[in-house]
Design a protein around this ligand. Structure first.
Ligand SMILES: Cc1cc2nc3c(=O)[nH]c(=O)nc-3n(C[C@H](O)[C@H](O)[C@H](O)COP(=O)(O)OP(=O)(O)OC[C@H]3O[C@@H](n4cnc5c(N)ncnc54)[C@H](O)[C@@H]3O)c2cc1C
Length: 353
């Protein structure tokens, strides 16, 4: 088996495949120059699903999230125990690569840009895990995501609660503050240039004296977040796509490490497409529906939704999962009081009254 791209999806696919076959993993960047395009927030339950123990690449532990509407209304979800880790992505990716190599994977630090090089290979599977670099997709005529968010993120010294991430809702996505120990990752994503809105958000934080005076931007990150397309084809017999290369990203948060990783565990299997869809297809679809719903809500009505969720916080805090949302949705839908309030509120949330 050949795997192209040694991000989380590629490393996990390579390691899983090595259980019963020879695997060669290609990566274009040397480890020291690997670009990091991530806020590094990974759910604890997601790592458990991937059977990855937390190691010294964990920079911070998070137990909940604070959501802010545009008017400043807050909804706090407190998991009351560690719910997510903030990781050093370079170290995390390095750990996954070492795991693969230790399992017997043959690692080659080389870019693959000649599709014929792939098809000459005699192995029975080629896994494309090239993240948001879709050059091979174009050359091989493979399906790729069609819609993308552009993300910008600065590392800044910000006053924040280390136990909570902050999500400040914007019309297209949200601004985030992710405490990462000595500093926080402050970012945003939008369909067009996100830098102006990030600068605006940073100015707002400065205005509230939340950024320590004299402290500048420690690091800047820019990247692309693909939006999940349920009908995307990911299996072409010998060739399969996985991770960001297949758009396996949660539309609610832009997180793709866990979802891509779960699918990657099946990349060597004959019925790969059915297996990954069975595991995460419905969840990714639900994330897309939630994103569409939230983006439809006029700014001033978001507070009404926050109030409703504040009243049902117990259910959300007990059953909420950053990756698998269907359990929580089912629990909410089985609660007649929530359903009644939600049905009453729905038109008032979606339309201006
Ligand atoms: C600003 C930002 C913040 C984010 N924050 C989070 C977050 O907090 N949590 C989360 O879960 N997700 C987050 N994401 C998304 C996350 O980074 C991706 O979903 C994840 O990295 C996808 O993993 P992957 O293995 O599919 O691809 P990647 O991590 O992109 O890895 C692909 C690899 O393939 C290599 N490659 C590409 N083409 C070739 C080639 N032709 N030959 C050889 N090698 C090649 C690349 O060098 C790269 O190493 C964020 C994204 C952005 C942009």
């Amino acid at each position: 088996m050949v795997v192209i791209g040694a991000g989380p999806a590629g490393c996990i696919a390579a390691r899983a495949g090595s259980s019963d076959r020879d695997v060669t993993l290609f990566e274009e960047h040397p480890e020291s120059k690997r670009p990091v395009q991530c806020a590094g927030l990974i759910s604890k339950s997601g790592l458990e699903r991937l059977k990855i123990p937390a190691k010294d690449w964990v920079l911070n532990e998070v137990r909940g999230a604070r959501f802010f509407s545009r008017s400043g209304e807050m909804l706090e979800i407190d998991g009351r125990e560690i719910k997510a880790y903030v990781v050093d992505r370079k170290e995390f990716d390095g750990y996954l690569l070492n795991n693969a190599i230790n399992a017997g994977v043959n690692f080659i630090n080389e870019r693959v840009d000649d599709p014929s090089k792939i098809t000459f290979d005699t192995s029975n599977r080629v896994v494309i895990a090239t993240g948001t670099n879709y050059n091979l997709h174009r050359k091989l005529n493979l399906d790729m995501p069609t819609r993308f968010l552009i993300a910008a993120q600065y590392d800044l010294k910000v006053e924040c609660d280390p136990g909570f991430v902050e999500l400040h809702i914007t019309p297209e996505f949200f601004n985030w503050i992710i405490p990462a120990g000595e500093y926080a990752r402050v970012g945003t994503a939008a369909f067009q240039n996100p830098v102006l809105s990030l600068e605006k958000f940073v100015r707002k934080l400065k205005g509230k004296n939340r950024i320590k005076s004299g402290s500048g931007v420690l690091n800047k990150v820019f990247g692309t977040i693909p939006l999940y397309t349920p009908k995307i084809r990911t299996s072409y017999g010998k060739i399969v796509t996985v991770g960001d290369a297949a758009g396996m990203v949660k539309a609610t948060t832009g997180g793709g490490v866990v979802m891509g990783g779960i699918a990657a565990q099946f990349a060597h299997e004959t019925n790969y497409d059915a297996l990954w869809r069975n595991e995460i297809g419905r969840e990714l679809y639900l994330h897309s529906l939630i994103r569409k719903f939230v983006n439809k809500i006029p700014d001033k009505n978001l507070d009404k939704l926050f109030s409703l969720f504040n009243e049902e916080k117990d259910i959300i805090e007990t059953y909420g999962d950053m990756d698998m949302v269907s359990d929580l949705i089912l629990k909410l839908l089985k609660n007649p009081i929530f359903v009644l309030k939600f049905s009453f509120l729905l038109p008032r949330i979606l339309f201006k009254f």
